[in-house]
Structures are given as C-alpha cells and as structure tokens.
Design a protein around this ligand. Structure first.
Ligand SMILES: [Zn+2]
Length: 504
C-alpha cells in the first residue's frame, strides 16, 4: 500500500514536471524559443483567403489536372500549420485595416484603423518598420493599390483606411527599399471625399473624384529618393543593387490594381513576377523582410465570383513558389509564413441545390471576371439591350447551354436570370424591398452576380455573404522558427512570432 502511494506520488510529480517544462501560452513558447534567427523573411497574406478558398483551389486544380480529390497548393506542403482567430477590437467580423494592423503590429484595433490604436490616437510600429530600423531591407508587394489597407498597415499610421492621400504620404516617408504591384489611388489628395472611397475598396470603382489638390505624393516620394517604374520594359530592367523602387504595373484595372489572373494575357506581369523582382532587389547580406499580398482574392469573393477567386489563389500560390525557390537555396536562413487576413464571402464547398455533387472543372467555362463582364453589361444598358441579347453574352462568358448537360440552364435558373435582368435593366417587376434586393445581389450588377452564383452552384460551391466572415484562418510556415506557427492562436501572435524570431 505504501509502495503504491509513493508510485502515485512519483507519477503526479513527473506529470507536473512535464507541464512545467512545457510553455503554457504562446507568449511563453515564443519567449522560450531558442534557435537560429532567420535572415530572410517572407510574409504572404492572402486577402479574404480562408481555408475554403485554399481547398477550393486545390479541388479545382485536381479537376483540371484529371486527378482525384485535391492537388496540393505549394503553400500547403509546408511542414508547420496553425489556425488563428481574427476578431477586431470592436467587431467580431474583422476588416482589412484592423486585420492588417493585427498582422503587421501584433495589436488589435478598431475597424478601418491603419497602424494605430482603437481610439486612433497612438501609432503602433510595424514589424516592417522595426526590420528596417534593424538594417534589414524591406519590400512590400501587392496585387491591389500600394496604399490599400493591408500593405498600408506595414508603413502607414492613419485613423482611416480611406485616407488614401495621407497613406501615400506615409509611403513616401517609409524608406522601404521596394514597393511593387498596383498604383497610388489619390496622389493629389482625397480631401473631404475620403468617406466615399469605401466602394472603391473592393475595386468597384476608382473612388471619389479628387476635390483637393495637395502636394503630389508621388513627387514627395521622388524627392525622398524613390524611382517610379511604370513600363513593362523598365520593370524587367530593374536589377540587383537598385534601391528605393516603386514599381507600378503598366496597366491597372479598377481600384488601381493588377488585372485579375483570369483577365491577364500572355506576357502580363503577375504577382509572382513582382515577388521575384522584390527578391532580386532585396537580397543582401544583412537580410530582408518581404510582405506579399494577394489582394484580389478578397475582391472576387466579395463579388461571389468563384472562378476568378480560385484563379487568384492559384496565382498567389505561384508567388509563394518564388519564395520556395529562394528557400531551397538558403534553407537554414529563410522563413516563409503564408496566411490570410480573414475569410470573404462565406465560401462553402457544397450547396443545397447540388446536394453532394462537386464539379470544379465547370468553373473553367468562365471567360472573364465579374468586373470585366459587368463593364460589358453597363455598355448594353446604354443601348437598352433585350433579355435575349443579354443572355447571349451571359451564355458566352459563363459557358451556359454549351452542350455539356450540367451546363444547361434550368427553368428555375432562367427565372433567376430574368429577375436579375429586370433589376439591372430597370424593366419588368422591380424588387422594392431593400433587404431582399441586397441579399440577392449585394452592391453588384444583378445579372453578373446571378450568373456567377449559378455557375458556382453548378460546380458545388455556395456563398453566404457579400462581406467578410469570422471563421478562423490557417497559417503555414517553413524554415527557422516555423514551429512557433503550430497550434490555435490569435492573428496578433503572427507578427509577435516574427518579431521574436528576427530579434526586432
Ligand atoms: Zn481583407
């Protein structure tokens, strides 16, 4: 009996000792971490990029490659994976500014705030600014405008994400070594019109007309030593040793962004090209920090445009592949972290109308994004085109009634399209109830969004919202310190990990 008692005691003691040697919180885990400091850090952020966007892209790739199940994205082969919550200080479902600030500074803030506390009083220093101050070279790459919420969170400190002019002035002062991707939205000031920019945040238009002429922020940047590169040839000529570069794509789509992957043509610059160029410019013996944002996954998901969103994810993964190629040359010194700021659209890999069926290959019928298709619809509105005339371009862009049985439009789907046509072309029966109208079409052109919904549903995809959702987001990591990204934590833990690992 005595012996058994002492055995129990030893067991309890050893269990206690086991727990004492294990860190209890992510803070402890970070602070106890002992390992080599990564010299090169890649931080990939997919905007609106949740687990379902990732898995939808994998199912799509498998379908088009004729494989079973899923074809893994390169990012999803990383050895360390975790999940994190994304809530903002004052709202459960976050936005890109609050999420960007959490991911760039390790602090929660209020919706719309860039790099400041929730009361919009105190600036927070980002890990990119800290890396710059420690002698690392710093790069920012994005497929949306350079002053958009996510990239801005790494260099700007402004009470509102819609203060595009002030954000671009902060960019000019940042002294970061490379900026690449989209343009500058309001280089001459957005004055009192900045509140009108919110629709433009999703690329729906270019925002308010400039009504305020302040000192041009591009000129301010040039004065502080930046060179702006705007042509394809000049971009390709950027080489190792060049510094203080702002490379703006030679052709910009709505919201001064790169065109969607689905709309890009042979020879167009991709997010991967910008990532590769950033690596060339930033590589040096002191190391670098590079943030790359796949910014238009979010926009396509706001528009519930499945084919476009999935192709943006594939292009984002090709940009990650550039970092993997670099990692292979410097495996002991390179850390790659791939995450998202929040999920958008409530993308579900299943839909009530399609029961248990999925057929992601059908998404390949879609020829151009909701954005490009909508511009065609807008032109047809001017000529008051008939339903049949509109259906001709709907069938052409989305591949409906193209021969394949699954692509045939049912009577119910035709009814939905006719109702949407009536709203878009302001003819026939009008939906007067605002809530009903919004639930069907959001802020989008009814006929475009309905056609996109029908194609997604045929593929086995459902959407629940035109906004963001609060679902936790996955992170994948490879390289020195990547074990800190295992577990279930909060979005603020990601930059805190990077800060400790880089000793910032
Ligand atoms: Zn976002």
């Amino acid at each position: 009996m005595k012996r058994r008692f002492s055995l129990v005691c030893i067991c309890i003691l050893s269990i206690q000792m086991l727990f004492a040697s294990q860190p209890n919180t992510f803070d402890e885990k970070r602070n106890l971490f002992k390992g080599k400091k990564p010299k090169y850090v890649f931080y990939f952020i997919g905007d609106g990029f949740g687990l379902s966007q990732s898995n939808a892209a994998e199912a799509y790739l498998a379908a088009v490659n004729g494989e079973e199940g899923v074809s893994r994205l390169a990012m999803n082969t990383f050895p360390k994976q975790g999940f994190y919550t994304t809530y903002a200080q004052n709202r459960f479902i976050t936005g890109s500014a609050a999420a960007g600030t959490a991911l760039s500074t390790g602090n929660k803030t209020s919706i719309g705030t860039i790099g400041m506390d929730a009361a919009k009083q105190k600036p927070f220093k980002s890990i990119a600014e800290k890396a710059r101050d420690k002698g690392y070279k710093v790069g920012i790459v994005t497929s949306v405008s350079l002053d958009h919420a996510t990239p801005a969170s790494f260099y700007a400190h402004q009470p509102s994400r819609n203060d595009y002019y002030n954000i671009s002035v902060d960019l000019s002062k940042s002294q970061f070594n490379f900026f690449g991707g989209g343009g500058i939205k309001h280089p001459e000031g957005d004055g009192k019109s900045n509140k009108k920019n919110s629709k433009a945040n999703m690329g729906l238009d270019d925002g308010a007309k400039i009504d305020d002429h302040q000192e041009n922020s591009i000129k301010l940047a040039e004065k502080s030593g930046y060179t702006f590169v705007k042509s394809n040839e000049a971009f390709r000529a950027i080489k190792k040793g060049d510094d203080k570069i702002v490379a703006i794509n030679y052709q910009l789509a709505g919201g001064k962004s790169l065109p969607y992957s689905i709309d890009q043509k042979e020879g167009d610059l991709s997010l991967g090209d910008y990532t590769q160029k950033a690596i060339e410019v930033l590589e040096n013996k002191e190391g670098f920090f590079l943030m790359v944002e796949g910014g238009k996954i979010d926009w396509a998901c706001h528009a519930n445009d499945a084919a476009t969103a999935i192709k943006e994810v594939v292009q984002f993964d090709l940009a990650v592949q550039k970092a993997i190629d670099f990692y292979k040359k410097h495996p002991k010194e390179t850390l790659i972290v791939v995450c998202g700021d929040h999920e958008t659209g409530g993308l579900a890999l299943g839909f009530s109308g399609s029961h248990y069926a999925s057929d992601f290959k059908l998404l390949d019928y879609q020829k151009s994004s909701n954005g490009i298709f909508t511009s065609k619809i807008k032109a047809m509105k001017k000529t008051k085109a008939s339903f049949e005339e509109v259906m001709e371009i709907v069938r052409d862009n989305y591949g409906f009634d193209s021969g394949e049985k699954k692509m045939r439009l049912s009577e119910f789907e035709m009814k939905q399209l006719k109702q949407a046509y009536n709203q878009s072309f302001k003819t026939g029966e009008k939906i007067k109830n605002k809530d009903q109208y919004y639930q069907l079409y959001g802020s989008y052109e009814p006929i475009s969004v309905t056609a996109g919904h029908i194609l997604a549903q045929k593929a086995g995809i459902g959407w629940t919202t035109f906004s963001h959702t609060a679902t936790p987001i996955p992170v994948r990591a490879i390289g020195p310190g990547s074990s800190l990204f295992e577990g279930y934590f909060d979005n603020t833990d990601l930059p805190k990990n990077i800060e400790v690992l880089m000793k910032l």
